[in-house]
Design a protein around this ligand. Sequence first.
Ligand code: HEC
Ligand code: HEC
Ligand code: HEC
Ligand code: HEC
Length: 430
Amino acid sequence: MKTGSSAKTPTKADAVTVFFTGNTLGALKPCGCTGGQLGGLSRRSTIFNRVSEDKRLIIDTGSLVEGRSEQDEIKFNIILQAFRLLGYDLVSLSEEDIETGKNVGLLDDTGSLFNIISSKQSSGVNIPAKFTRNLLLRGEPVLVTIAAFDAKTTPIEQISQLFASGVNPVQVDSKSMVNILILNHCDDTIIDFITKRVPVVDCIVRPSESDEPRVASSLNNRPLVVSVGRFGRYVGGLQITESPAYKGKPRLSFLTIPVTEELEEDASLVQLYKGYQQIVGERNLLEKYQRFVLPDNLEYSGSESCKACHEYEYEKWSQKAHAHAYATLERVGSELDPECVSCHVVGMEYESGFVSEQKSSHMKNVGCENCHGPGSEHIRTAGDTALTEPKSGCIDCHTPDHSGEYAGNEGVFLEKIVHWREPSSDGSVK
Ligand code: HEC
Ligand code: HEC
Ligand code: HEC
Ligand code: HEC
């Protein structure tokens, strides 16, 4: 998909592409629960490799993971390795990235992985704010400079210094320079200031408010203001082409490239993800998951415990997809990942619910109590204590991200799980 510009797609020979990703936020790979999902580190390479190495720069603008949990730290490490395998040239680390990286001792040798910059100067870590690389456009050098600026706490007047120092204007013809500024905060005042006072800035990368990359300015204006999207669902491509039309400076256009399921996966990245699943298992994250006690001394009992009195319902249920939801995770190797298991078993958030295959095998799969509620009292009283109303619970798991078809087809989904004797008391889902 091409955004905006009417420019003809340049041939490889006369374009340089700066690929942008960012805000991966721990999304290593789409969960695979539902069709048509975008994203996945393993598919990015197909997009990057459409452009030869000497005609491209690959940049990540930071925010690798969402939080600071043990799983986030594992992901952080995996994403850095992925960047290396994918041939990233530069990663601009956010303040949080630096903290997480320091925590896990990963910033000590990133120099050997790829270049890093950051707008945040942090104690004990010496990271530059700027990176430059010379690329060739029709045999002529183009000096691409990428700088990170902390617009949250630094006066914007200091932006000019970023580009003024370091590059000697006598040596480098300004016509063959492209200056890109990565901001951690952006508003109209800042853009206005840059437009009027720092005209050397050709492109501003502002924080993303949506999953999809955006061009937030007119394509023919400088600076070009873009954002890179979230969760790795798209790759942004800033194309630099020769253009006599724009004051002699290279011409810029911006492409939004979806990371679709049709793109081939890179084998080394597939392997890396398997390694991730293994680490998640070895660290025992499932058992470490924080669990709460159910109210009213209730407990989960497991689907087997309903069988004796509800044989009909049990038999019907056991032929449906819910009854093999755990095997589905085993098939894809994610059965030890709490981020997946939560919706594929009974009561993972609670003490009497699923803990692990070894400790609570009877809580595997989407069972009776996912929908009818914890059954201990109902069983103890041989059915005298009513269970909870089941239908409202579907949406807790059948969210748009995990069940794209659900919304609008509630009746069809309900029809597929019928395990009760007809007619049911009320056929529609609310
Ligand atoms: C000891 C026998 C027994 C066991 C075990 C048992 N039930 Fe029941 N259940 C009953 C009886 C009897 C009724 C009918 C109660 C009534 O409608 O008066 C009933 C009714 C129900 C109903 C319909 C009425 C309501 O309360 O919503 C549901 C749903 C239900 N059971 C689910 C379960 C689930 C889930 C389990 C396992 C956690 C389970 N039952 C275990 C005996 C049992
Ligand atoms: C605890 C989470 C959870 C809840 C609650 C839940 N589901 Fe599901 N559902 C799943 C999972 C996980 C699968 C995939 C099972 C598999 O194939 O391994 C699934 C699969 C299904 C399928 C099969 C889809 C297909 O195309 O074959 C239907 C139908 C369905 N659910 C309907 C419902 C309805 C209706 C409700 C509410 C009454 C509901 N689900 C509640 C997690 C849940
Ligand atoms: C919010 C709840 C939820 C979470 C979290 C979740 N799933 Fe699912 N998963 C579902 C539901 C619901 C379905 C059934 C979707 C449908 O049929 O519409 C499903 C279906 C699946 C399927 C079956 C797809 C098919 O049709 O064969 C796979 C595989 C799967 N999930 C893997 C995962 C993995 C891997 C993770 C973790 C990365 C995960 N799930 C996390 C709810 C969840
Ligand atoms: C995915 C959610 C889900 C799962 C899993 C599930 N049920 Fe149900 N169950 C429902 C829904 C929805 C109804 C229909 C309720 C209605 O129409 O009022 C229902 C109806 C029933 C009824 C009839 C209640 C009545 O009042 O007519 C019984 C009994 C029952 N389920 C028992 C079970 C047992 C036992 C299991 C496990 C073997 C189970 N259910 C698994 C959602 C579920």
